[in-house]
Structures are given as C-alpha cells and as structure tokens.
Design a protein around this ligand. Structure first.
Ligand code: NAP
Length: 312
C-alpha cells in the first residue's frame, strides 16, 4: 500500500489531537482526481471541526484528515473525468464532509476543481478558495450587491474580510470595514472607503445606513449590526444564523450562508487574480508538520489575511 504524510485526528479535542503521520494514499473513483498537494490553506473551520463543534452537522468518520483549501497538481484521473488532465495546476475548496488537504495527496471531485490562477504560486492559490468563495457567495449570490450600494464588512482584515473588501470594491460598492488600528493602512491599501477601529468606536454610532452587512463574528457584533441597515437591507452572517423575527420586525432581511464548493466561481476568481483585481495576502507560511501551530494561530482570531501550510 502506498502511503503519504498527512495530519489526522482520531478524536475531537485541543491542538494535541492533531497527528502528523503516515496515512494510506487515496485513490480517485469515478469523476474524481488525485491531486498532489503543494499547499493547504488553514481556515477557522479546521479547528472548529477538530474541536467537535460541527460534529452534529457534518457527521465525519474518524480518523479524518483536516483542511479544505488546496492548491496542487493533478496526478491521476479517475474514470469519467472529462475536463481535467494529469499535470494541470489546480486549486479547490473540496467537499468538507470528506478527508481534507493537510496531506501530500487528496482526492477531489472534478466538479469542485478549477485551474489555479497563473500569476500566483501554490501558497497563495491555496489561501484563496474557501475565503474567496465565501465572500463571493455572500456578497453576490445571496446579497446581490450592486454598484453604488454600501456594505459593512466586519473583520475586514481577516481571511474572508480582506477578500470581501476587494470584491465589493470591484463591484463598485462603497465599503466600510471594521478592524483594529494596526490593520487600517492594510485595509486602506485594499480599497476600503471607511475603516472603523472596533476597539475604540461603536460602529453602529458612526456608520451611515448600509444596504448589506457581512457578519463574520456573530454574537454581540451581529446584534448591534441590525441598527446599521437601511430599510430592506440585508444582514448576512457566516458565523451564526441571524433571527428571522428581528429582521421582520425591523423591515430588513437576513441570511446565513454556509459556503459551497463551486468550480465556476473559482474560475471567475482566478480571472480576477490574474487581472490584478484581487490580491490574496498570506501572513504566515508553515510546513505541513507544523499544522498544530497554524491552527493555534488561527484560533487566536487575529490573522491578517491567511495562514498556509507548505506541503512541497
Ligand atoms: N459559514 C461559512 O461558510 C464560513 C466560511 C468562512 C468562514 N466562516 C467563519 O467566519 C469567521 C471569519 O472567518 P475568517 O477566515 O475571515 O477568520 P479569520 O481570518 O481568523 O479572521 C480574523 C480577523 O478577525 C478580526 N476580528 C477579530 N475580532 C474582531 C471584532 N470584534 N471586530 C472586527 N474584526 C475582528 C481580526 O482583526 P484584528 O486583528 O484587527 O482584530 C482578524 O483580522 C470564522 O468564524 C469562520 O469560521 C464561515
């Protein structure tokens, strides 16, 4: 049996449950490709799954390889693969119910794979799929964000936030973002029109009414966000489902989005990157064997841009 290095969990728990070890190399079945992973992005969902927060929703079988952001090269094809060929450089946000990309190889459905942007390396391409799909699906698919509208993006400097700021600007929206002071120059360079230091200012006291709020934090931030919406505006959360009753009472709309794999969206995102309209920022690069450190950094909650594991 061929093996590969991988980072697995055998039980839910703290960072200590992550095991860097030899695992069986997977085989592609119908409609799937085997990808040699060059880099794997880290997202908060990785440590949330490790801690068991999503076990009721996702029903994983353990042991499980974590990590659902990948950039790499197609190694072999399963039967009935139509679009991809071996040697293609790809990126993907694969199916989160299956083994992930903290590994030397991953099997992915062809329908979840797009050709990676040609102007960036695998490290940067691996930082993109989950966070950029989240920004795309919240702002455009659910929010129907249009030119001239105003959008408030919480956590503007984070993985999702820094891409959402740029995508909203690309669409022609006016962008207000929250971040602590040390991230303000960073966000200004990405195009944010107004940046609010959430540590010293109550955003709801200074924001003119907006058409859309992207809530990346939930809890108290979500509660205080209702006040910032125009009549008919929409509060979209990726952290926790907003109350339909409150939305109705306030004459606004609400949605919770759980990001889905989407190769067509990724192809659009790759075009924007190659046209220099969208830039992904990678703050920290670690070797695969240091996944524990990467997850600890992510869990701290103050990443600027993204953290990526280098596999090759
Ligand atoms: N539903 C879905 O499908 C989906 C998809 C993607 C992500 N998510 C969730 O969305 C959340 C954000 O994801 P992410 O990848 O962007 O996380 P992330 O990269 O870890 O976000 C870190 C950022 O959050 C900022 N931040 C922390 N506290 C803040 C506050 N009170 N106000 C404003 N900004 C604050 C930090 O900025 P400072 O350093 O300036 O404080 C930092 O830049 C996570 O909970 C993640 O699990 C859900």
């Amino acid at each position: 049996m061929k093996t590969m290095k991988a980072v697995c969990i055998y039980s839910y728990g703290g960072p200590g449950v992550l095991k860097y070890e030899d695992a069986p190399r997977p085989h592609p079945r119908e409609g799937e490709v085997l990808v040699r992973v060059h880099a794997a992005g880290i997202n908060p969902v990785d440590w949330k799954i490790r801690e068991g927060h999503l076990k009721e929703m996702l029903h994983h079988t353990l042991p499980l390889i974590l990590g659902w952001d990948v950039s790499g090269v197609v190694e072999t094809l399963g039967p009935e693969v139509k679009r991809l060929k071996s040697g293609d450089e790809i990126f993907s946000r694969p199916d989160i119910s299956r083994d992930g990309a903290y590994a030397e190889f991953i099997v992915i459905k062809e329908s979840e794979v797009a050709l990676k942007p040609t102007t960036i390396d695998h490290i940067h391409a691996a930082a993109l799929p989950l966070a950029s799909l989240t920004a795309w699906q919240t702002l455009f698919d659910t929010g129907n964000l249009a030119a001239g509208q105003r959008v408030l993006i919480h956590g503007g400097a984070g993985g999702v936030g820094h891409l959402a700021v740029q995508l909203a600007k690309w669409k022609g929206a006016q962008v207000i973002a929250t971040a602590s002071a040390h991230n303000h120059d960073f966000l200004r360079k990405l195009g944010a029109d107004q940046i609010i230091d959430y540590k010293t200012v109550r955003f709801e006291d200074v924001v003119e009414p907006v058409d859309l709020v992207l809530d990346t934090l939930g809890g108290e931030i979500q509660e205080r966000s209702w006040k910032t919406l125009k009549p008919g505006g929409i509060l979209i959360s990726i952290a926790s489902p907003p109350s339909a009753e409150i939305a109705k009472a306030k004459g606004v709309r609400q949605a919770f989005v759980f990001t889905e794999p989407n190769a067509e969206h990724l192809a659009e995102i790759a075009k924007l990157v190659d046209a220099e309209k969208l830039k992904v920022i990678v703050e920290t690069i670690l070797p695969l064997s240091d996944a524990t450190r990467g997850q600890e950094l992510s869990e701290h909650g103050h990443t600027r841009g993204k953290i990526v594991l280098r596999v090759i």
